[in-house]
Design a protein around this ligand. Structure first.
Ligand SMILES: *Cc1c(COP(=O)(O)O)cnc(C)c1O
Length: 378
């Protein structure tokens, strides 16, 4: 069994939240939201619409490194219109969640994975790395300052969005000499509003999200920008999400626009597309692989040909297909279609059991032998 470089880096021990808590200065918001407004937000939780009172913010300048690390009032940025990010898209981001446990304490899931992945993405986009301790301190500082914004309703969480943008005002094409790192936070409701609902996916015949040597393995905004037209096409065809094929042969499953894909076979084995360099290596994907292996399930990271997947679904060899990512954890895929084919899968047993196990670990309802959960605040 292969363990990726990212998984190995993410397994290194982290300092505790108390150890990094004072690394970033705190400038409290003089006009925080009223408790009534927060209650309002909590009563209509969606995703990525409402934001907390603060954000983490640091600046990088060539020669000075990262400085001015602050938890400051949430608010608009002042950017020079020539800022490089606005022209050439030099940007990377992450996504993780803070969860409130039953005893009121606040935890997150595999922050080390996200810290190292941000740096792996940084490397590809010629962006300076942020020390893992600073990434962690930005999250600890922000979540502790905005602790009241972590919801406790079942399935809810505080979604954290760290990102780095090139802010040097310069229209020439080269890596910028100034960057801003920010982390914003958004209270979010359960992903499955109507229970564990299978989604339908449209396999894009014409568009790819990444090609060899491109930025497919980096978490960058540009990958998402190029996925919007195929996503619109999928919506027009009546589907929830788009599935991308590899850009070389146009025959192998890569992933959805923002989620990795798994196939569960009737013999109990499970398969997921191998990390070809075109796929974003999901932390949820890695956690699921580990859980399945520890259940003694035969797991393969391999090429999954669309043609084989379709015929295996038709013959009943495939029992379940699901997608995974931080936002939904796992979501069953109930229908896969594209030009000339339209097949349905109805199994959700393994999918549901993985969902239950991952969320139980995240919420502290089950022991965490993997040390994936990280305590942000008592
Ligand atoms: C973020 C992302 C995923 C899922 O990664 P997780 O770490 O599991 O949230 C999958 N694919 C793409 C393209 C992504 O950007």
């Amino acid at each position: 069994m292969q363990v990726s470089a990212l998984e190995q880096a993410a397994a290194l021990p982290l300092p505790t939240a108390d150890e990094v808590a004072n690394r970033w200065d705190i400038h409290p918001n003089p006009n925080p939201a009223s408790p009534e407004h927060r209650e309002d937000v909590f009563n209509r939780l969606s995703f990525g619409v409402d934001f907390t009172d603060h954000m983490a913010h640091a600046v990088y300048e060539t020669g000075k490194g990262w400085h001015s690390k602050t938890i400051e009032p949430y608010g608009p940025l002042t950017l020079d219109p020539a800022s490089a990010v606005l022209h050439y898209g030099q940007e990377i981001f992450e996504g993780l969640k803070a969860y409130r446990h039953d005893d009121g304490s606040i935890w997150t899931f595999r922050p080390s994975y996200n810290a190292h992945r941000l740096n792996a993405s940084a490397h590809r986009l010629a962006i300076p790395e942020l020390p893992v301790e600073d990434f962690l301190a930005s999250i600890v500082g922000l979540v502790r300052t905005d602790a009241e914004w972590v919801p406790s309703a079942p399935g809810s969480s505080l979604y954290l969005r760290p990102f780095t943008i090139a802010t040097e005002p310069f229209l020439g094409v080269r890596s910028a000499r100034r960057f801003d790192y920010l982390c914003i936070a958004s209270p979010s409701g359960p992903y499955f509003v109507n229970g564990f609902q299978p989604i339908s996916i449209w396999v894009s015949p014409d568009y790819h999200r990444a090609g060899p040597g491109g930025t497919g393995a980096a978490k960058c905004g540009g990958n998402y920008a190029s996925s919007l037209v195929p996503k619109l096409e999928a919506h027009d065809e009546g589907f929830d999400e788009v599935c991308f094929l590899d850009a070389v042969n146009n025959e192998n499953i890569d992933e959805l626009g923002g989620m990795n894909v798994f196939v569960v076979y009737e013999d109990g084995s499970v398969s997921t597309p191998a990390l070809t360099g075109n796929i974003l290596e999901g932390g949820t994907r890695g956690a699921i692989l580990r859980l399945l292996r520890d259940r003694a399930v035969t797991v393969r990271e391999e090429t999954i040909r669309l043609e084989d997947l379709i015929s295996d679904i038709e013959s009943g060899r495939v029992a379940e297909v699901f997608a995974c990512g931080t936002a939904a954890v796992v979501t069953p895929i109930g229908r896969i279609a594209g030009p000339g084919f339209d097949v349905r899968v109805d199994g959700t047993t393994v999918t549901k059991s993985i969902y239950d196990q991952v969320t139980a670990i995240q919420l502290g309802h089950e022991p965490d032998p993997y040390h994936w959960t990280y305590k942000l605040s008592a």
